[in-house]
Design a protein around this ligand. Sequence first.
Ligand code: G16
Length: 518
Amino acid sequence: MAMHTRRRVEMDTELQNANAYPVPSGITMEYGTAGFRAPACNLPHVMYRMGLLAVMRARYTREVIGVMVTASHNPEEDNGVKLMEGMGEMLPVSWERHATSFASAHLGELRTQLSALLRDCPGTESSSPAQKYHVLIGEDTRASSKMLAQAVSHGVTDLGGTFKNFGLVTTPQLHYLVASHNSEGLIGEPSLDGYYHKLSEAYKALMAQSKPQPGNEGSYPLTMDGANGVGAPKMAELLSYMKHSLSVKIINNGESGKLNHECGADYVKIGQRAPKGLQMREGRIYCSLDGDADRLLYYFVDKSDTFHLVDGDKISTLMAIFIQHLLKEAQLPFQVSVVQTAYANGSSTHYFEETLLLQVYCLPTGVKYLHAKAKECDIGVYFEANGHGTAVGDALSDLLAVQMMLSLLDLSLPQLYALYTDLPSRQLKVKVMDRQRITTTDAERRVTHPDGLQAAIEERVHRHLQARAFVRPSGTEDMVRVYAEAETQESADCLAHEVALLVHRLAGGVGEEPRAPS
Ligand code: G16
């Protein structure tokens, strides 16, 4: 009873900033694939509540928790927030529902929800003052991020927690900082200096084992598109630790262009084209990050100036081959498995299964699902086709890993690209009244609602050779995504357009019908 009273008192006397963050009417949000994403103006109350939730989670886990303010690949006008767990993983699915109900809770409900959560916290009654509950905050380069990060900090302090705002960091850097804080230095020094030091020293040590050959990656100059986001200045900082072991020319570094606008990994992947304004030359290699540097894609042009994309599927091919090579050298019997999503190109799945003889799993979109599956494997390699790989998708460390693996395998990027030929594909977006009305099953490959949509998709798919198509509600934008692949680009474009029209007609499309891809 006394314990209960003490907790009530805490709830009653705090939340002094809550009135500054009222829930706007008519706005409900769900903690999705990558936390909350919305126009920045709709987010202050969510940020404040995520500050509260972070303290509750820190109480519950007895670990330092991270809160990253970013909307990653979304437009500049959006923003978002995601929570990070003690070892740098994503918030567990079981707590996503707390995040969702906190986000739209008015003050009274919020107190009730906090009290209920507090009652469930193991051993809180014996814990010492709230100073124990520490939250690390990071921000991307969006104009709204500072103000939103401040709202997070108000939530943290209202529950008696403490925080450190690292300011501008990539999302994966915050994952590192959280994990290194919680591991008391085991993972590395809990600072950006520790992060750069760890990555650069590992890269230099591994590269010392390679013997650069003519035509090897070492002779291909690398240009990196920073999506006008935080990845550009952070790559520049990393390069200062690399000395002469890696040279990267950085474009779209945020000095003049707009975040993720006509540049960045999403633009390159969806459009299967270079960032606007980039004059590509044969003999050079290029890569793009997204706005918070948790995606990485490579590309190049051949003699005839044809653009070729080395996406997440091809990067995971490189990783699987490299790991198989190491296992063979060390004569270790571990089974390598590959975890993909429905977006993985059919040719990649075929190559993994038929040529590399690996087990392949298909999971719903979101690295948190892939990560969980990979942990069940002896060795699990996973990358989403969009370039998001590993639990935190660190584009900077993935870039170093790609450079290192190409070098140690004595493989060029065009050679990696040529290992198998992607089936032509097309992605489109459709705006609908309520995207959550579309539900899916079988790792998002089949629609279960609205009625009739799946049958209609299948009927269209059968009109094309080597074709498949699926639709799913985006977890980060207010859109339904359509994916199609087929034997020819014309066929994939046509199928994607046909399916987009079906979504528009059968799932409550808004505005004009989708246009055919140009
Ligand atoms: C986030 C997730 C990724 C996922 C992507 C999907 O990416 O972290 O795992 O692939 O969302 O987005 P959607 O549901 O809109 O297709 P990011 O880079 O935006 O954080």
